[in-house]
Design a protein around this ligand. Structure first.
Ligand code: FAD
Length: 479
């Protein structure tokens, strides 16, 4: 009889309670990732996944174990594996959102059918979702009280045992299908694509790279994070979101690591806490999605279900390609396309422009982010989009539209970020670069012809703002 450790994310070999518990129990241990082509995530996310699986398998082999990557329909393959290998228990880390929740439900039904024990571990959470509720015993819908409640319960954040030791018991059972010891063909093909190679050239996947990034950030960025984090050209944030999404590094481990550094006075609390607070946004997003799974596809505030979004493919495509004519928006969209990531401040600006100025559904924006972000995460992405669109919990109020030009002047004062990603505007002065249509003489002088070298804005910012406010006022009046 064997124990199956079912990996969905949490691709690391330390502080992994599901694997630890399997190794502590008797019998052989199988560690498997199920790759179901029908349950796929976005392309950038899949690319990171492909590299991460290869590295994890290599690292597991170095510790005497192995990782099976089981290809095919999840329910069929999961059932087959349980019966072929006489699995008596399954351990896994609980994950939120699509496609994980659906697979977890399928796994539960199959385990019940086979009378196999299924044990979830909440190691991706600082505290389990049921552990935090307000005075009415309901989930928190506003971040700050959630944060305060979590901080008040810090003593219940359980540390994770770091070292899980050798993995030889994971190699006692050999798969009957040797293909499971390789990456599935579609993931291999994806990783070979020229765009994929180019995108990965900016990154190294895995646990070790994550720790290196964290340590660099603690040495070089954490003390100025609170001031600098909103400036996209400063590279002042940790860059850890994809590592966190894939569980190559774990928030609980980070939390305890920083506590230790603070206790030794190697990091000051006033420097570390703003960053920890930001990390708790991820926790908040996860708790919300556990309580309100329907918000992956529906606005949290139901009155916004009646929002009459526009179906305008050319405008949507211009947004995707970074050709809206609003330089800061275009810079963000091109950064995303080239690198698989985008600065948080700019994510807010491009999302606001799409949903409020272009009046296109947040679901379309979320879908594009899902496909292009390395860190595409069911919980963080849905919360981010609903927050900006104004229909989520604790959302940015409907009447607040980011003015992308004012924001650009404020957070990219000298236009450095725009110059990096929209090189056709790089000769413009720091004044003109944020709104070139207002500086036609300078454009002409610098040899930039608007409409040819760079587009005019897709919409008038002032007019589209007024129209947005009218639309939302009508919804408010009707509700
Ligand atoms: P840091 O500033 O160093 O923050 C540390 C960690 O805290 C991050 O890695 C992340 O895990 C967490 N975090 C920080 N800000 C947020 C936030 N606002 N919400 C939730 N968690 C946060 N983040 C994702 O991980 N995946 C997504 O798919 C995603 N989609 C987003 C969509 C929109 C429209 C918006 C506005 C934000 C989205 N975010 C998403 C949140 C945020 O932009 C990224 O987490 C952040 O830019 C990652 O950079 P970093 O790792 O350097 O963050």
């Amino acid at each position: 009889a064997a124990t199956l450790v079912w990996l969905q994310r949490e691709f690391r070999l330390s502080a992994l309670p599901a694997l630890q518990a399997a190794l502590d129990s008797a019998g052989g241990v199988i560690v498997a990732y199920f790759h179901d082509p029908k349950q796929q995530v976005g392309e950038a996310n899949s690319l990171w996944l492909a590299h991460s699986l290869v590295l994890l398998q290599k690292n597991m082999r170095a510790k005497g174990g192995d990782l099976w990557v089981v290809d095919g329909d999840f329910a069929t393959q999961f059932s087959k594996l349980l019966s072929d290998y006489k699995v008596r228990q399954v351990m896994y880390s609980f994950q939120v959102g699509t496609p994980f929740m659906q697979m977890q439900q399928q796994a539960l039904a199959i385990c019940q059918q086979y009378k196999v024990a299924l044990t979830p571990f909440y190691s991706e959470f600082l505290l389990e979702p049921q552990a935090i509720s307000n005075q009415q015993n309901k989930p928190y819908l506003v971040f700050t009280p959630f944060y305060k409640a979590l901080m008040a319960k810090q003593q219940y954040i359980e540390p994770l045992q770091e070292d899980i030791g050798c993995l030889t018991r994971c190699a006692q059972i050999q798969p009957t299908d040797q293909a499971w010891l390789d990456l599935p063909a579609d993931l291999q093909a994806l990783a070979r694509e020229p765009w994929a190679k180019k995108m990965m050239s900016h990154w190294q996947v895995g646990e070790q790279a994550a720790w290196q990034k964290l340590d660099e950030f603690i040495k070089q960025g954490i003390d100025s994070y609170d001031y600098d984090r909103d400036f996209p050209s400063l590279n002042a944030t940790s860059g850890l979101s994809q590592y966190l999404h894939f569980g190559e590094i774990n928030p609980r481990v980070i939390y305890y690591y920083l506590q230790a550094l603070m206790a030794e006075n190697l990091v000051k609390a006033e420097q570390a806490m703003p960053w920890i607070r930001q990390l708790v946004w991820k926790e908040f997003a996860r708790h919300l999605l556990v309580h309100f799974p329907q918000t992956e596809t529906e606005p949290f505030q139901s009155k916004y279900k009646t929002m009459a979004w526009q179906e305008d493919l050319p405008n949507y495509q211009a947004w995707q390609k970074g050709l809206t004519g609003i330089p800061i928006v275009d810079a963000g969209m091109r950064e995303l396309w080239e690198t698989g990531t985008m600065h948080n401040r700019v994510r807010m600006l491009v999302a606001s422009f799409l949903t409020k100025n272009l009046n296109q559904s947040w679901l379309k924006g979320k879908a594009w982010f899902d496909n292009t972000l390395f860190d595409a995460d069911p919980a963080n992405n849905v919360m981010g989009w609903q927050w900006v669109a104004g229909c989520g919990v604790d959302a940015s109020p409907y009447y607040r539209l980011f003015n992308p030009v004012t924001q650009s002047v404020k957070f990219d004062d000298d236009g450095e970020y725009i110059r990096t990603w929209v090189p056709e505007l790089k000769l413009l002065s720091s004044k003109a670069i944020h709104a070139p249509w207002e500086y036609l003489a300078e454009c002409k002088l610098k040899g930039i012809e608007l409409g040819t070298d760079y587009p005019y804005p897709l919409v008038d910012l002032k007019q589209s703002r007024t129209e947005h406010l009218e639309r939302v006022a009508a919804i408010k009046a009707a509700s």
